[in-house]
Ligand binder design. Structure first.
Ligand code: 13P
Ligand code: SF4
Length: 300
């Protein structure tokens, strides 16, 4: 029996469903029941009939799925797969901002620990941040942890006053203008599609800025046949699957999230078989962090 057949058999036996982010390896995306960006996956997670969710992604994703579904079992194929940015803010600074600014909303990118969510007013993902910030009644926005996404949202919502936090994604932060320019010289017809976690200089040279789903949807609709993709290389699989005739280029220093790449078919099979790597969230942490997540689902 192949490993894929084994996973399918175990999934049925354990009444389990597999969710995967676009950044995981192609063979993992291929066997998943639902593949998408962070927003799609958090929405999908609340409507599932299966008892067990295997989350192929980094820890904040499994943690959010557990917070939204306390009665389900959430298993992570690799417990140490984490998002560095998720830890780049702190409760003390949030408290300080609340004291300093009246009429403040703490907006927390879903790429964050449950502890940070607990201290926030609403969660957002890269695909709904602009919409949600616009809908908030507050004039002042403290956006954590990502400064690049915060600046991108602030540009779209100029009426609000933003306070920035010094967090960033190490993968997108490294995207270099000169490497993108080099690709553009090699492929002058190509459109540049960029994730908002990239630095401002990269966003400024782009034809489109959006979440992973946004980038995939844009590339599909565009008349253009070639694209320079400024986000993690995992999206290549879906881009090529949807657009067999189009060409996708990445920078020479490939943007790779090593934590996402820790998810393998073997680890998925093993957690299904043994029920290991279950996510647990204390009652106190869940009660504090569920509201910002639910508010996101309502407002988006
Ligand atoms: P998406 O919101 O596009 O899923 O992005 C998540 C992420 O981790 C980007 O680095
Ligand atoms: Fe976190 Fe960046 Fe990896 Fe996304 S690509 S999970 S933001 S480290």
């Amino acid at each position: 029996m192949s490993i894929t057949e084994e996973i399918q058999r175990l999934k049925k036996e354990k009444n389990a469903v597999i969710l995967a982010h676009y950044y995981v390896a192609p063979e993992v995306q291929e066997i998943a029941d639902y593949v998408g960006d962070s927003f799609y996956l958090s929405k999908a997670a609340v409507d599932l009939k299966e008892r067990t969710i295997v989350f192929c992604g980094v820890s904040f994703m499994g943690e959010s799925a557990k917070i939204l579904n306390p009665n389900k079992t959430v298993l992570m194929p690799e417990l140490s797969a984490d998002c560095a940015m998720a830890h780049m803010a702190d409760a003390e600074t949030i408290q300080r901002m609340r004291e300093e600014y009246e009429d403040l909303a703490v907006v927390c990118y879903i790429n964050s620990t449950a502890e940070l969510k607990k201290h926030s007013d609403v969660c957002v993902t890269s695909s709904n941040a602009v919409k949600i910030v616009k809908a908030l009644p507050n004039r002042n926005i403290f956006f954590i942890p990502d400064r690049n996404l915060a600046h991108f949202v602030a540009e779209q919502v100029p009426k609000k006053h933003f306070v920035y936090n010094e967090g960033y994604c190490p993968v997108h932060e490294k995207m270099a203008v000169h490497e993108i320019q080099k690709e553009k010289e090699l492929h002058p017809q190509a459109e540049i599609l960029t994730h908002p976690e990239c630095p401002q200089a990269v966003r400024e040279m782009s034809d489109y800025i959006g979440s992973t789903s946004g980038i995939i949807a844009y590339a599909h609709k565009s008349e253009c046949q070639e694209f320079i993709i400024c986000t993690e290389t995992g999206v290549r699989f879906e881009l090529e699957r949807q657009n067999p005739g189009k060409r996708f280029y990445f920078t020479e220093t490939e943007p790779v999230c090593q934590d996402m790449k820790m998810i393998t078919l073997e680890k998925i099979r093993d957690v299904l078989k043994n029920g290991e790597n279950e996510i647990h969230v204390t009652k106190e942490l869940r009660e504090g962090s569920v509201r910002p997540l639910e508010r996101m689902l309502e407002l988006a």
